[in-house]
Ligand binder design. Structure first.
Ligand SMILES: [Zn+2]
Length: 326
């Protein structure tokens, strides 16, 4: 796919970083990220076509949850005051579905094996999901979850069906974010909310770690947003950007520190992300130390978040009241 102009604002592109490779799952090849000179948005080049993209998820992406019982045991969130406070402290509030409320009908796009849907039910919401990975089909069936496999456009949800749509770390994987959000809007009720999280290209960690930033994650990540490009995205899709905040999950900081000391090779899956590939070079003692260190560092992370330099965006977009914009 030629990438001569910014996907979000059609502005001119300039190389930001070149020669990145898949340092997690070993997909071969080198990739660049081009940056828009107008809105700051970054896009991966070359971008794999839709067929190739669909294939790399099933062939290269490992599935952590392989049994229904393990998925059920990870679903702990039910929206209590204490859990909301903890989600703020450690930054897990980047989970879009944490922002749903009881009685809402909610669609989680990219729901994986269904932890989010179990948690939505625990919150008291009516939960629906979409997912690409066919490997999780038996799991969601066993859990009795309403999951549609494939593209959102292939599901015949009625228009205006949902009070909220959530997308946690999904938009950065979508080839055409504007087209995608325009379609998602048709499925929302007027005044319905879209809660999304995705990496922040202007984050403190990106600036400090360069090529080692864990959120490059090429070629799976195609889009890298900045504050300005998020607001352009809202304008282009006729959503109202209610809140645009940044959050660095404490776990991500831990993973970044681990990644800073690892050696990655092109074409090779790395044990840090794939335990079956052998032992990580980081000792158990060091891991515990990094875990505690990240927790101790959390107040600094929240300060970085407030300054807009957190590693992930957490945004709420609202569909305007009144007739659907076209
Ligand atoms: Zn742009």
């Amino acid at each position: 796919m030629p990438s001569s102009a910014c996907k979000i604002c059609k502005g001119p592109l300039k190389p930001l970083i070149t020669g990145l490779f898949d340092d997690r799952f070993g997909y071969p090849g080198r990739f660049d990220v081009l940056r828009c000179e107008d809105c700051g948005f970054g896009q991966t080049a070359p971008e794999l076509g839709p067929d190739r993209l669909a294939r790399i998820y099933t062939e290269y992406y490992p599935r952590k949850e392989t049994r229904a019982s393990s998925v059920a045991s990870t679903a702990r969130y039910r929206g209590s005051a204490l859990q909301r406070l903890w989600a703020f402290v450690v930054g897990t509030r980047i989970n879009g579905h944490f922002h749903a409320t009881a009685g809402q009908r909610v669609l989680d796009i990219g729901c994986a094996a269904g932890t989010s849907l179990l948690e939505l039910k625990a919150i008291g919401a009516e939960a629906y999901g979409t997912e690409f990975d066919e490997n999780v089909r038996p799991i969601v069936r066993e859990l009795g979850l309403k999951v549609h496999f494939g593209d959102l456009k292939s599901v015949d949800f009625p228009d205006g069906h949902f009070d909220a749509i959530t997308m946690s770390q999904v938009l950065e994987h979508v080839a055409d974010p504007i087209d995608f959000l325009r379609f998602a809007m048709t499925k929302l009720k007027p005044n319905g909310s879209l809660f999304m999280s995705f990496p922040n290209l202007d984050s403190w960690n990106e600036k400090r770690t360069g090529r080692r930033w864990i959120n490059w994650h090429v070629p799976y990540h195609l889009n890298f947003f900045t504050d300005r490009s998020v607001r352009r995205l809202a304008e282009k899709t006729k959503f109202e950007a209610v809140t645009v905040t940044t959050v660095t999950p404490t776990l991500w900081q831990y993973l970044q520190w681990i990644a800073n000391g690892e050696v990655f090779s092109e074409g090779q899956a790395h044990p840090m992300w794939n335990p079956e590939q052998g032992k990580s070079s980081v000792s158990k003692a060091k891991k515990i130390l990094f875990r505690l260190g990240a927790l101790a560092f959390t107040p600094i992370l929240r300060l970085i978040d407030i300054l807009g330099k957190g590693d992930s965006f957490l945004v709420e977009f609202k569909k305007p009241l009144g007739p659907s914009p076209t």
